[in-house]
Structure formats: structure tokens, C-alpha cells
Design a binder for this molecule. Structure first.
Ligand code: UDP
Length: 326
């Protein structure tokens, strides 16, 4: 398959690009490097460009004879989206519309979209794809709007699509060669590991008064290489004119405190914490049922527990304390 990965130099995008290349696909990365890292993908595959330049995008799609777009590009931080919603609607919703229209113009018929668990309403049970939605941050709402837009484009113009709702992507790849590196970093696991790296004094816990057993939020932490595998399977299964939505999680929930305790165990030292107020836009508990992904596409996560995932992230952070920056 000839694939264009928008945002393919980001954390999940680049892990997927590596997996696709191993699977024998032809991949091009379309990324403005506003948050992505050139060093996370083979340089010859990278086109540095903005999605809102539709003329250039249509040209690129045509000249490379792209068959499938994997749409990773977008802004991803819940808290930031509450502070700065307009950049979320622009980067996520408006740029996705430009992408979809460009695909129609260039006759590209298949798209796989990176959505999020944040579209769901929090619940005590496992979320399935049909669970109630409550996208209560601008970030979550922007992703939900794009899901709707893609489904409408499919109905009206025959696009084939897959939507993958990610739970909490994390972990390091290839013995610490690749990993998570956001500026500013907002994600729990890299922030926790910055304490033993000596880059932070403590990890702040955003609220310990949630309706969960230890009072801290529960998430489903999934290794980025398992996410990448799901992209490969889902892309190969896209059928013209039809769409499928899949959760990608492990089915296991871990609280913020459990993440910190496991990280302490992995690094072999105590990690200082401080209880802070709740962060706006956070749901108490988001854990995925991934039965559909397993039964329809045969997906199986390779990383089965939080310890293995955090150990792989620690390998990356220890080897690259400043991320991709040399
Ligand atoms: N979190 C925290 N302290 C931090 C960063 C995150 O307590 O410095 C919590 C956050 O409130 C959420 C969980 O960790 O409950 C996972 O947050 P993250 O930003 O990693 O992912 P999200 O679930 O927002 O996509």
C-alpha cells in the first residue's frame, strides 16, 4: 500500500511508520515538525509541510499516488485545549476538513484516523465503541467532530475509513532508540520519569478526590508499538465506502498512584509526589474494551503489563534524557 502519514514524525505516527515499513508498505511522512521530530523517521520519507496548504497537499497525494492516508497530525493536550481552544479547532477540525477535501480532489479513497478515548463519558466498566460519548474538553470535542466529518464524507462521497480511539499511548521502542518527547511534556509517564532523571523535583498528582479506589484518575496505558500494530491491521482492512471504529487499549486500568509506584519499582528509587488540584477536562476513569479489534482484526497486545511498558519508557529516557535533541 502507498500510505501518507500526516503527523508521521510524532510519537504514535513515527512508531507506526516504522511498523509499516517493516511490513513492506511504501510510506511518506507529511509533518510540519511543529511538535514532531525529524530524527524519529527516515529523512528521505519526510515532507515538511502544513496541512492547510491544500494545493501542495493535493499535488503530493497525486504525485506519490497515495492510496491511504493515516491522519495522526493534530494537537493532543487536554489541559492546553481548555486554555487555547481556538488552536484546537483550527489544527484539528479545520485542517482535517482540508485534508479530506484534498483527498477527494486527488482521488484518495481511504483514511485511518487517530481519535481518542477522551470522546467517551467516564464509566466504571470497560468502554466499548458504542459506549456513551461525552467529549468534554475542546481536544476531545475536536476529535469527535472529525470522526463525524469522516463518517459523513464516507456516506456522501464513498470514502473508506477506520477510526482508532487511542487510550494512553506510552513506552519506548527498539531498546530505547525511540520514545516520547513532547514540548512541553504533559503526559504522566514521561513526567514521572523526569523525577529520577533529575529534571523535576516531584510529580504533581492532578487530584486525589476522584470517585476511584485511591482517588486518582484511572487510565488504560498502551504501548506505542501495540498501537502501531493496530494501525497496520486496521489500514489493511479498510473497505471503500465503509467505516469501522476500534478502541485500542489493553483492558486494564491503572491509577496515577499505581503508575508512580510501578515507576518507582522500575527505577529502583522513591519518586517524590505532590497532590495538586484537578486538571480541567480530565475524566475519572477511561479503560478500553478492545474485543472488537481482537476479534475482527486479530490484534493482540505484546506488552501486557504496566511494568514492561514503563521499563521500555525508562530505557528511552535514560538513553536520551533530552529526547531527540542532540
Ligand atoms: N496526570 C497527573 N500529573 C501530571 C500529568 C498527568 O496527575 O503531571 C494525570 C492526568 O490528570 C490523567 C493521567 O495522569 O489522569 C493521564 O494523563 P495524561 O496527560 O498522560 O493523558 P490523558 O489521559 O490526559 O490523555
Amino acid at each position: 500500500m502507498r500510505i501518507l502519514a500526516t503527523g508521521g514524525a510524532g510519537f504514535v505516527g513515527s512508531a507506526t511508520v516504522r511498523r509499516l515499513l517493516k511490513g513492506g508498505h511504501e510510506v511518506f511522512v507529511y509533518d510540519n515538525l511543529s511538535t514532531g521530530h525529524a530524527d524519529s523517521v527516515p529523512g528521505e520519507l519526510l515532507c515538511r509541510a502544513d496541512l492547510d496548504d491544500s494545493e501542495r497537499l493535493v499535488d503530493f497525494l497525486r504525485s506519490k499516488q497515495i492510496e491511504t492516508v493515516m491522519h495522526f497530525a493534530g494537537s493532543i493536550a487536554v489541559g492546553e485545549s481548555v486554555e487555547d481552544p481556538r488552536s484546537y479547532y483550527r489544527n484539528n477540525v479545520i485542517n482535517s476538513q482540508i485534508l479530506l477535501e484534498s483527498m477527494l480532489e486527488a482521488d484518495v479513497g481511504r483514511i485511518l484516523f487517530s481519535s481518542t478515548a477522551a470522546v467517551y463519558a467516564a464509566t466504571d466498566g470497560l468502554l466499548t465503541e458504542d459506549s456513551a460519548k461525552d467529549p468534554d474538553s475542546p481536544y476531545a470535542f475536536s476529535k469527535w467532530a472529525i470522526e463525524k466529518m469522516i463518517a459523513d464524507f464516507s456516506r456522501a462521497y464513498g470514502l473508506g475509513y477506520g477510526v482508532l480511539r487511542y487510550f494512553n499511548a506510552c513506552g519506548g521502542s527498539e531498546e530505547g532508540r525511540f520514545g516520547e518527547d513532547h514540548h512541553p511534556e504533559t503526559h504522566l509517564i514521561p513526567l514521572v520519569l523526569k523525577v529520577p532523571l533529575g529534571q523535576r523535583e516531584f510529580i504533581g498528582i492532578f487530584g486525589n478526590d476522584y470517585p476511584t479506589p485511591d482517588g486518582t484518575c484511572i487510565r488504560d496505558y498502551i504501548h506505542v508499538d501495540d498501537l502501531a500494530e493496530a494501525h497496520l491491521l486496521a489500514a489493511e482492512a479498510i473497505t471503500p465506502g465503509r467505516g469501522s471504529v476500534y478502541n485500542i487499549g489493553t483492558g486494564t486500568g491503572n491509577s496515577v498512584l499505581e503508575v508512580i509506584e510501578t515507576a518507582q519499582d522500575v527505577v529502583g528509587e522513591k519518586i517524590a509526589t505532590e497532590i495538586l488540584p484537578r486538571r480541567a477536562g480530565d475524566a475519572a476513569r477511561l479503560v478500553a474494551g478492545s474485543e472488537k479489534l481482537r476479534s475482527e482484526l486479530g490484534w493482540q497486545p505484546r506488552y501486557k503489563n504496566l511494568r514492561e511498558i514503563i521499563a521500555s519508557a525508562w530505557q528511552w529516557h535514560q538513553a536520551n534524557p533530552n529526547g531527540y535533541e542532540k
